[in-house]
Design a protein around this ligand. Sequence first.
Ligand code: IPM
Ligand code: MG
Length: 353
Amino acid sequence: MKLHIAVLAGDGIGPEISVQGVRAMDAVCRKFGHEVTFTEALCGAAAIDAVGDPFPAETLEICRQADAVLFSAVGDPKFDNNPAAKVRPEQGLLAMRKQLGLFANIRPVQTFDCLVHKSPLKDELVSGADFVCIRELTGGMYFGEKKEGDDYAYDTNAYSRAEVERILRVAYDYAMRRRRHLTVVDKANVLASSRLWRRVAQEMAPQYPDVTTDYMYVDNAAMRMIQDPRFFDVMVTENTFGDILTDEGSCITGSMGLLPSASTGESTPVFEPIHGSWPQAKGQNIANPLAQILSVAMLFEYFNLAEEGRLVREAVDASLAANVRTPEIQVAGGAHYGTREVGDWIVEYINKK
Ligand code: IPM
Ligand code: MG
């Protein structure tokens, strides 16, 4: 297969983890005889500094021409601490999602047996947890009408029936391929937009008689996720709730550095870690590259390259088992491995296979 990949490394630790994702992907493609090419493009603060736009037209074009985008992270404190900043790196990410029509963000939350103790939750509670959060990604408050005055500001949480229907379809498709249990997360006791979500879900549920559909308020879901994470199989929710719940989900896995995601929709799909740009760690070779590398596994799986995806996952599992780990998940007394060294080990594992 020929694969043309747009590489958007972005800011902070982005470029460091990006390199390791690209190397792992390249190694797997060599092994399986796929012809892969990578084209780098600017986004985030790096793009603002270079051309004054966090998602330049040229980057959009490179993404459109590609089969998939391997994205890393955007964000820079020099914008965070300046409420007057006219452009922000995050706008680049949002522009990419919107312009590529990436309405479905797939965020799997899994545990690794050898890392269960890294979760702040009790081992017996998180062990075996395995669910997918399907986050709506191009609607809701992120993109609704806004006003930002000095004394008054608002964001609008608007959803159309069509937007809700298409994300629920994705969620039901996932549920059908998994344990056939879908939890629709909303705030229908308070929000009109949530009541639309629930109504549409209730209308669609009979089309999926093999799936058990249940409905949960987001506050309750936030509690249930840490009280009984194994309850969930597939959860589907709006943009803002999904953003919040998936950070919470990373506490089940034990590190933000372990969660990949896929954003799919109308155009080129994007594969990216769920974590941010961790500017404090920039250039220190301490960021965990596994979320990025696991995004590569999701990329392969998206193109039905199951064996290739499996090899990436196997390499990641093997690195963890061999205690080849970045500091935040290293065992007490374990050797020091940085972003590069973990990447090296994984590439070598793939090459030797
Ligand atoms: C995420 C991130 C982004 C979001 C930020 C960086 C804009 O937190 O992908 O979860 O809020 O969607
Ligand atoms: Mg987030």
